[in-house]
Design a protein around this ligand. Structure first.
Ligand SMILES: CC(C)=CCC/C(C)=C/CC/C(C)=C/CC/C(C)=C/COP(=O)(O)OP(=O)(O)O
Ligand SMILES: O=P(O)(O)OC[C@@H](O)CO
Ligand SMILES: [Mg+2]
Length: 241
């Protein structure tokens, strides 16, 4: 089975609760060269806010995925290419590993399984909302992170492993360790990517870099730089093969 994210280098994550920089549009976001849009955030997300972003981005070429932070915000919109459903491997509360998923399946009849995929998160920034929200155990060495990644791929059949430092730049050694532990699964990295260099450095370790806050704080020119960094990192890895 092949999946679209196997060809991606860069995702822009849009938080429906936050505004774009003044004067910028969703068309500008779609023209940054990013490979996909992921729409989601942890706090204060509603169906209405989700719908607004999907509507504004649907007419452009970039694929759009919803990343719901709880079952109550999932929207049924044909414009979505799919759903990327988190499961947090280092959550202390099993609700964030399988519990929310069970509730979702229980309340929702007729889930579109072909468009539904999971992301195996390893949450690493103790100060992020997502770490607090899921009560994640973020004290993980490179070896721990690599082992979680291997468990996710080999024992739980996950196609996407996501090392998440939301809000802060992570430790490339840990991200590279996760990458080395994987055979075929795709490694996403997100957290604190803010310029060409940071995208390039993490792009050397992860298959896909995810850029979030930068879009809302600095805007599309800054995001475009990170697209270039991520793409250059991949191109060099391919050349070296
Ligand atoms: C079963 C369904 C439909 C949903 C459950 C999904 C789960 C387990 C969610 C756990 C939390 C999670 C991993 C959410 C993904 C979104 C995310 C990481 C957003 C970024 O969060 P922060 O940057 O920390 O938050 P803010 O930007 O909102 O402060
Ligand atoms: O907002 P930033 O720090 O770029 O993180 C991106 C993403 O991984 C958040 O889920
Ligand atoms: Mg955020």
């Amino acid at each position: 089975m092949s999946y679209p994210w196997e060809d991606w280098d860069h995702i822009t994550k849009i938080d429906p609760d936050k505004d774009l920089v003044d004067g910028e549009t969703f068309e500008d976001v779609c023209e940054t060269g990013t490979d996909a849009l992921e729409i989601g955030g942890t706090l204060d997300i509603t169906e209405e806010k989700m719908e607004r972003v999907v509507e504004a981005t649907a007419k452009y070429d970039v694929p759009i995925y919803q990343e719901p932070s709880n079952p109550g915000v999932v929207i049924d919109d044909p414009a979505l290419d799919g759903y990327l459903i988190p499961t947090v491997f280092n959550a202390s509360d099993s609700f964030w590993i399988t519990g929310a998923h069970k509730e979702w399946v229980r309340i929702e009849d007729g889930l579109d399984w072909d468009r539904t995929h999971t992301e195996a998160y390893i949450v690493m920034n103790p100060d992020s909302s997502v770490a607090e929200y899921t009560d994640a155990d973020t004290d993980q060495s490179a070896e721990d992170v690599a082992s979680f990644a291997r468990v996710a791929e080999r024992m739980f059949g996950q196609d996407i492993i996501y090392v998440e430092y939301s809000g802060t730049y992570g430790d490339p050694e840990k991200v590279c360790a996760a990458h080395d532990a994987l055979d075929d699964a795709t490694l996403f990295y997100g957290g604190g990517i803010h310029d060409y260099e940071s995208a390039y450095e993490m792009g050397k370790c992860a298959d896909v870099v995810v850029v979030g806050n930068l879009l809302h704080d600095k805007g599309v020119d800054a995001v475009r730089e990170t697209v270039e960094g991520a793409k250059d990192a991949t191109a060099e890895l391919v050349d070296a093969e």
